[in-house]
Design a protein around this ligand. Structure first.
Ligand code: ADP
Length: 265
């Protein structure tokens, strides 16, 4: 059995982070087929006895789809307004899709600062544990209205790592629009080579080219490497998979070879 399938198969508490690219169609609106497929996979994982927390980007894209304007506005206040509008749409989509499986969803909007405050982290933890115990699917996003940096540098990768650590997850899965970590950006380099296993992230930024990012993406590959570093420090593995491929998590769990796994040293 390959390592990733073994890790997914044996993990009970799983955080799944969905990048904006995964959720966006070529025209910049939300891709409902993919969203539906990810919800279907989360439900399957839960049926197998796993507990799932979702960290979802995509509010901005949903905002553009909802009001069909401002997408070219660079001003931060318009970006935040789009996220505020789109977050409702995004949650409505999740709510309706999970309802097909008789599952409820809950929204948590967090900022990095929330994780630096003991009382707040306790409250987040208590809420998460209660929701999970009751079989509700927590869906977390950055609170864009109050976190300007998020929009500038985009960091739901970090948010998902913080969540995985706070919840003592067994596994963090990042769904992006690439098949894993390559030695250089696969979008611009045809000869880019997939790296299947990473042991320790210390010198990775020096070894691989990390500069590219996709049109609707925010963090690029370096925030993913940093997320791996953060969770690996707590003994949690991270898996990077192509969320645009239908059924990818389940396929990999059932032995399909794909993705990159980041393990501690
Ligand atoms: P997301 O919305 O999923 O967070 P991002 O656009 O922020 O996605 O980051 C993923 C992108 O990073 C990929 O689409 C790819 O073009 C780019 N990238 C740059 N360097 C690499 C690399 N070495 N390996 C894989 N992807 C890379």
């Amino acid at each position: 059995m390959n390592k990733i399938s073994q890790i997914i198969g044996s993990s009970r508490k799983v955080v799944i982070k969905i990048g904006s690219n995964v959720l966006s169609s070529d025209n910049g609106t939300v891709n409902n087929t993919i969203l539906h497929n990810i919800v279907e996979q989360a439900n399957e994982l839960m049926k197998l006895g796993k507990q799932v927390i979702i960290v979802s980007s995509g509010a901005g894209i949903c905002g553009v789809g909802a009001i069909n304007k401002w997408e070219r506005r660079g001003d931060i206040n318009y970006k935040q307004a789009l996220c505020a509008i789109g977050q409702v749409e995004l949650m409505m989509a999740y709510k309706n899709l999970f309802a097909d499986y008789d599952l409820h969803v809950a929204q948590l909007l967090l900022t990095r600062e929330d994780f630096n405050d003991n009382t707040r982290t306790l409250n987040i933890r208590n809420t998460l544990f209660t929701l999970i115990d009751e079989g509700v699917v927590p869906i977390i996003n950055e609170n864009d209205t109050v976190s300007v940096e998020e929009i500038k540098i985009g960091d739901n990768d970090a948010l998902s790592a913080l969540t995985a650590n706070l919840w003592n997850a067994d596994l963090l899965i990042l769904l992006s629009d690439i098949d894993g970590l390559y030695d250089k950006d696969p979008k611009t380099n045809k000869d880019a080579r997939l790296i299947e296993e990473i042991h320790g992230t210390e010198r990775l930024n020096e070894q691989i080219d990390v500069r590219g990012k996709s049109p609707f993406g925010t963090g690029g590959i370096s925030t993913k490497i940093e997320a791996a570093r953060q969770v690996n420090a707590y003994g949690i593995p991270m898996v990077l998979l192509n969320g645009k491929k239908a059924g990818i998590i389940l396929d990999v769990m059932r032995k399909k070879e794909a993705g990159t796994v980041f393990l501690g040293k």
